[in-house]
Design a protein around this ligand. Sequence first.
Ligand code: URA
Length: 266
Amino acid sequence: MNPSQQRAWAALGLGPRWLSRGASTHEHDAPAHAMPAPANEPADSCAGPDQPVAAARPPSRSEVLAHDDTPVAAMSWSQLRAAVQDCALCGLCRGRTRTVFGSGAQDSPWMIVGEAPGAEEDARGEPFVGQAGRLLESMLGSLGLSRDRDVFITNVLKCRPPGNRNPEPDEMRQCEPYLHRQIALLQPRGILVMGRFAAQALLRTDATIASLRGRVHAYPVNGGELPMVVTYHPAYLLRNLPDKAKAWADLCLARGRFGAGAARPD
Ligand code: URA
């Protein structure tokens, strides 16, 4: 195993101890029967055959045009940031400490979309700063990606749902134009979507994450399409070690499609 593979295995918690524990808890949205048994070996190499483009339904042209019809669709980064900060379109504004717009360079080649801020994110106004965020950073590091330079990280919801409850459909609907505008402004090379809620919202489906991951989807934006890869949420991976190998395979798939990070000066 080469050093980069070793780093990846360490970041993902894979190795002989994990393999011998074989603990299995069931994902709330992807019951064990819906998933293949964990492989004996994690997908520790990013090399492999190209993956097919998936058939899950992305937003239709009219849905995209509906986004493009809102005042949000014409906003600059600074206008968008201000609009999110002042947003009172749903009840989540009453319980928030801060809105969580997103973090990372505005020319990042990758975009990562999670679900919603948790308690630490709400307190600090930044996405993925808790335990799940630390796992995410390790995973990105294993791919040679820097959180600050290479990825713009955001969530479907910009405000914390109380008690970390699941997002409600109306909250997702109200918040969606902000995310769509972020994608249009960033124009990343690809979007990595983490977790069931984010995947279902962006792909307009109620399919399980087990059926959506492992493929490349197409997300329509700016008159074209961006490749989108779906994977498990890091908070889920912290509780479900066997699925880390699948998440690593998804990250490798994303890197194969989106390319490596931003070009760095010598
Ligand atoms: N989980 C998310 O989906 N987003 C965050 O920002 C933090 C935890």
